[in-house]
Write a protein that binds this ligand. Structure first.
Ligand code: SF4
Ligand code: SF4
Length: 334
């Protein structure tokens, strides 16, 4: 049987990223059609509401997580938000911050942006290291803020009040409007972020994304790490030059950084055989290169599948509920 090479894993990763991206766009379009039907006064929609749209509600998912932990039941309004959130947390527990480099649509766009930027400007730029370290702290501060406000400060009554309120019920519609009815301020911020993403690798993910910060911290538990065999290593530093997270792979026996997204780019750029590999801690001998991608895809799929079969996927809201709630959107936006 032909050997499954690390180069083919890189190609498969790109394929998975763009297939997932297309799937997410498809969900957005379907939800747009659904909302449009309600807004235009149609008696029904020819497409059902896609629960996957709740993947765009991570703050609500965090609230839902605490509600679940306190009450032992999943709030029925947007259960898929929690299911998707838990599936992604599980990915980080097992397979580093792999959601960022294998599935996240923002990560995919970031990667496309810096690849394009490299073509346009001949290279990607690097921020001074003192500023880079300072800026990397911003995403952890944002994460701390959400953890304090939601996980630490919100009482059981406040949680139920938030999740039972119309604001949470139509947060998916407000998220859709964020993209389809973009304000000038939002457009300017997105344009600035896009420009910075062309210049610097993964600008948003590296400095500003609190979701990525959380996944990075959880990834400390992952048994998988990029491990380097110091004996066979020639010190060429191609791995470090290729790493989108600018990690010093060539100087590490095992990459433990919370910034490692498990993209395997370093492994694909190592010219030496069996020197650099994504290896689980419980096995000393090399594992097949398909193992890590298989863990990534299976963990996400199983997580979502469990949510679906256990009846925690579809929202309790009906089309009629949306007919009542959507006219309230302008009054609940601020
Ligand atoms: S160390 Fe390797 S696997 Fe981790 S982010 Fe850098 S290139 Fe990707
Ligand atoms: S690319 Fe491979 S050989 Fe070169 S420094 Fe990195 S691990 Fe060592």
């Amino acid at each position: 049987m032909a050997e499954f090479s690390i180069k083919s894993v890189s190609t498969i990763r790109t394929l998975i990223q763009w297939c997932f991206f297309a799937w997410v766009v498809g969900i957005g379009i379907r939800f747009g059609i659904f909302v449009n039907a309600v807004e235009s006064g149609a008696a029904t929609s020819w497409v059902s509401r896609p629960p996957g749209v709740e993947g765009f509600l991570p703050i609500g998912a965090l609230t839902s997580l605490k509600y679940w932990l306190l009450n032992g039941r999943i709030h029925p309004v947007h259960p898929a938000a929690l299911v998707i959130f838990l599936a992604i947390l599980l990915m980080s527990l097992l397979a580093r911050k792999s959601f960022c480099s294998w599935l996240c649509p923002v990560g995919t766009l970031s990667e496309a942006a810096y690849t394009l930027g490299r073509k346009l400007f001949g290279r990607n730029f690097r921020i001074w290291s003192w500023l880079d370290i300072t800026l990397r702290g911003v995403k952890y501060l944002l994460l701390l803020l959400f953890v304090k406000i939601i996980l630490l400060d919100m009482s059981a009554e406040a949680l139920a009040g938030f999740l039972d309120a119309p604001y949470w019920a139509i947060s998916d519609v407000k998220m859709l409007h964020f993209f389809t009815r973009m304000s000038v301020g939002t457009m300017v911020v997105l344009a600035v972020l896009t420009f910075l993403s062309l210049l610097y690798r993964n600008f948003w993910c590296r400095y500003l994304c609190p979701y990525g910060a959380l996944l990075g911290l959880i990834s400390f538990t992952s048994p998988f790490k990029v491990r380097r065999d110091a004996v066979g290593c020639t010190g060429c530093q191609r791995c470090s030059a290729a790493c989108p997270s600018s990690l010093a792979v060539h100087a590490s026996r095992a990459v433990s950084s919370p910034e490692c997204t498990g993209c395997l780019t370093c492994v694909a750029h190592c010219p030496e055989r069996n020197v650099l590999a994504m290896q689980p801690c419980f096995r000393k001998r090399p594992v097949p290169v398909w193992l890590f991608p298989a863990v990534v895809v299976l963990t996400f799929s199983v997580g979502i599948g469990v949510g679906m079969v256990s009846g925690h996927w579809h929202s309790s809201l009906s089309y009629a509920d949306y007919q009542q709630l959507i006219p309230l959107v302008p009054y609940l936006s601020h």
